[in-house]
Structure formats: structure tokens, C-alpha cells
Design a protein around this ligand. Structure first.
Ligand code: SAM
Length: 271
């Protein structure tokens, strides 16, 4: 429910810890947003010192998120579950989907409480949008949450978004098993969009080391490992590629630079 009493968009709930960097805020800093603190900017600055992409990798990822949502909405998908949705930016999943289909519904899920605080301030008037704080490592909690199960119709196709979030899972957390648990609950005709840090450039190992040390998370995996997340789905053309190459709306400039190669992903359809 919408029992949010703080109307001040700058209000921060006490569970937001501004003394430690958070993934959502560091990503916002890479994107060039303003919803981040000095501790977060320090991680982004150190990351860009080792991986000088000027934030293009994050922006390319976000742009592919929107092309994927647009594609799914054009295929008739009218309900989306956006896991690891991040802080709201200039454009967001629900606005992209609702431009194609004004009735499209979106549930945003993130385990960082700052996402709920900011998203609620923006979304409190939108009847077709929900935002919940939950951890993707608990698929049953998310899929059985009243704002998911009671708001989306999981017996019909949905668009499942796991964009730039699975690389925040360590191997020991069984990322494949977790992604499989979500895919198992999708109705036939559903889509999954997933993007992931790609170990395609040697420099990526340096960015990974900075993120693991300063943030505790951020694993690069190789293309076959990223493709494996789509097992059981039919890959939409052009398959799993560097994000600028996924159904680009403008000509891709080759060779891809650091910001072009650091994230790979695709969209798959459940048969
Ligand atoms: N999906 C958005 C995009 O691609 O633009 C945001 C990506 S951002 C790099 C990753 C987001 O995943 C962050 O907001 C972070 O808080 C969230 N996240 C990380 N681990 C998570 C987990 N275990 N459960 C839920 N969200 C998580």
C-alpha cells in the first residue's frame, strides 16, 4: 500500500547508510546521476581510473534495458517484473513500457532501501506501478509477494528483467539456480532480459578487482557463462551480444570501446 508519509523527495529513511557505498548509488554515480554520496563517487572514480569508459558502460546498459522493454512491449507484454531495478533515472521501465501500452504494469524490486524511498516519491501517483524492497536471492519471497502475485497475473506472459544485477551474485550464491527459479515460474510466451559484466576485455579484471574490494560485489563472467543463464529459453535475435549490439537504433561504431564491451546480454522467450 501507499502509506508513505514523507512527501519530501530528499528524505532518507534511517536504513540508508551513507557511510558505506551501495551498488545502486555507485551505479547512479557511473550514470552521472545525483542520487549518490561521497563514498559512492569514490568507488566510481577509482573504477574509472582503472577502466576509463567515462560511464559509457553503464549508459549503454541502461539504453539496452529500454530497447529490451520496448521490444517486449511491442510483442504484447503488458506486465514487467524488474529485479534489481536501481534508482529511478531520466527514463524508467514503466515509462518506456507505457509509451507503447499505457496499461502496462511494472513491479520494481531492489534490496537497497534508497530505491524504495526515491521510487515511491516519483511513483506514488502511478496506479500501474509497485516498488518493493526484497532480495533476488529469495525468489519465493519475491514471486509470492502480494505486490507481485496479487498485482501481476503470473499465469499470463510477463517480461522478467534482470539487468546488470546477476553479476552482483557470487558463484557460491548459485546464480544459475536462482535465475532458473525465476524462469520456472514464467508462463509460456514470457520474456527474460538479462545483462551482465563481461570479462571480454583484460581491463575488466581491474574494474572487477576495484568493485570487489571497495563494494564487495561485481563479478565479470565470460560470454558462454552469460549465455547459460538463458538455458530453456529461445534467444531473440541477435542473441547474447555486447549491449550496444542488441537491436541498435543507430549504427554501432566499431571497434567497440571499453564502454561497449564491458556488459553483454540479451532477451530470451519462454517457449
Ligand atoms: N537494472 C538497473 C539497470 O540496469 O539500469 C539497475 C542496475 S544496478 C547496476 C544493480 C541494482 O541491483 C542495484 O540497484 C542494486 O541495489 C540491486 N541489487 C543488487 N543485488 C541485489 C539483490 N541481491 N537483490 C535485489 N537487488 C539487488
Amino acid at each position: 500500500g501507499w502509506n508513505w508519509t514523507h512527501r519530501d523527495p530528499d528524505y532518507l529513511p534511517p536504513e540508508v547508510d551513507t557511510t558505506k557505498p551501495s551498488i545502486a548509488r555507485v551505479y547512479d554515480a557511473f550514470l552521472g546521476g545525483k542520487d549518490n554520496f561521497a563514498v559512492d563517487r569514490a568507488v566510481a572514480t577509482e573504477g574509472m581510473r582503472h577502466f576509463p569508459d567515462r560511464g559509457e558502460g553503464a549508459r549503454n546498459n541502461r539504453a539496452m534495458l529500454f530497447r529490451g522493454v520496448k521490444y517486449m512491449a511491442e510483442q504484447g507484454i503488458d506486465q514487467f517484473l524488474d529485479i534489481g531495478s536501481g534508482l529511478p533515472t531520466m527514463d524508467n521501465t514503466h515509462s518506456v513500457a507505457q509509451r507503447i501500452n499505457p496499461a502496462a504494469k511494472v513491479v520494481y524490486v531492489d534490496n537497497d532501501p534508497i530505491v524504495l524511498a526515491h521510487a515511491r516519491a516519483i511513483l506514488q501517483t502511478d496506479e500501474r506501478t509497485r516498488v518493493i524492497t526484497a532480495d533476488m536471492r529469495e525468489p519465493e519471497v519475491i514471486l509470492n509477494h502480494p505486490d507481485v502475485e496479487g498485482f501481476l497475473d503470473l499465469s499470463r506472459p510477463i517480461g522478467l528483467l534482470m539487468v546488470a544485477v546477476v553479476h552482483h551474485l557470487a558463484d557460491a550464491e548459485d546464480p544459475n539456480g536462482l535465475v532458473d527459479a525465476y524462469k520456472a515460474r514464467l508462463a509460456p510466451g514470457s520474456y527474460m532480459q538479462l545483462t551482465h559484466f563481461c570479462s571480454c576485455a583484460p581491463e575488466m579484471r581491474e574494474l572487477e578487482a576495484v568493485l570487489l574490494q571497495m563494494l564487495g560485489t561485481g563479478r565479470a563472467r565470460d560470454l558462454p557463462e552469460i549465455v547459460r543463464f538463458f538455458d530453456g529459453l529461445d534467444l531473440v535475435e541477435p542473441g547474447v551480444v555486447h549491449v550496444p549490439e542488441w537491436r541498435p537504433e543507430e549504427p554501432v561504431r566499431y571497434p567497440l570501446d571499453l564502454g561497449g564491451i564491458c556488459v553483454a546480454g540479451g532477451v530470451g522467450r519462454k517457449p
